[in-house]
Design a protein around this ligand. Structure first.
Ligand code: SF4
Ligand code: SF4
Length: 162
């Protein structure tokens, strides 16, 4: 998962051409994670962490906060990000039986919890389709439908990326 850490809150809705005041995803969007692991791997990137994320994860791992940050957190671009494995997989990504799993799923960072309803993916249908090129869960016609309120909650979540 890659992005910059800073995001204005309550991002204005993307407008349709002609200024119609409803988002293009008014009818909802479908998503279901296939556990392919693409969003937790690939090239170098950042999994941004809030203080609350770090507190939650260190408690989940039963680690002292300082020991957790020394081992799993790097300070970069004015923020905090999880470290990566040498092949750029997220340090908490586990693979088994052809599936990718998050080793800290119940307390995964806000950035991970709000995917794919990030502002950058919701600008236009083309942005969504582009992101879906690496995330098969975003183009599954049988996946659960998220309504506009759920989508907006992800997009405007204080821990989701821009
Ligand atoms: S890329 Fe999409 S489908 Fe694959 S693990 Fe990430 S969220 Fe799930
Ligand atoms: S914390 Fe979990 S969900 Fe987030 S990038 Fe790492 S493995 Fe993936």
């Amino acid at each position: 998962m890659h992005d910059t850490p800073k995001k204005p809150r309550n991002v204005p809705l993307p407008q349709r051409p002609g200024g119609v005041e409803e988002p293009w995803y008014q009818m909802g969007l479908r998503f279901r994670c296939t556990q392919c692991g693409n969003c937790c791997s690939g090239g170098p990137g950042f999994v941004w962490l809030s203080l609350l994320d770090m507190q939650r994860i260190s408690a989940f791992l039963n680690m002292e906060f300082d020991a957790f940050t020394r081992r799993y957190v790097r300070q970069v671009r004015g923020g905090f990000s999880l470290v990566e494995k040498p092949d750029y997989d997220c340090v908490f990504l586990k693979r088994a039986g052809g599936k990718a799993m998050c080793g800290i799923y119940p307390v995964r960072p806000g950035q991970c919890r709000t995917w794919p309803f990030w502002n950058q993916n919701l600008q236009t249908p083309e942005h969504w389709t582009h992101a879906a090129g690496r995330c098969p869960g975003m183009c599954d016609g049988d996946a659960p439908l998220y309504d506009v309120a759920q989508i907006e909650a992800g997009r405007n979540h204080p821990e989701s990326p821009e």
